[in-house]
Unconditional design. Sequence first.
Length: 76
Amino acid sequence: MRKPAPTSLPSDLIREADRVDRQEGRTKTEILREALRRYVAERRWRGLQSYGAGRARKVGLTAANVERTVQEFRRG
């Protein structure tokens, strides 16, 4: 198993995390854990969007007609 690399943060981010943890009554670990989860989720979402855009181009759909096409599909 690979040993995790040490993590460091710029001092301005540490100060911001200190401010947020005082305001919200949470630990910096909780805040950083949530931030990383959100980052990973957003990255996955962007990947799905990119995949969908590529598939849409392949079948000739444009942004203007995607919504209509999805509604028609859902209606059956």
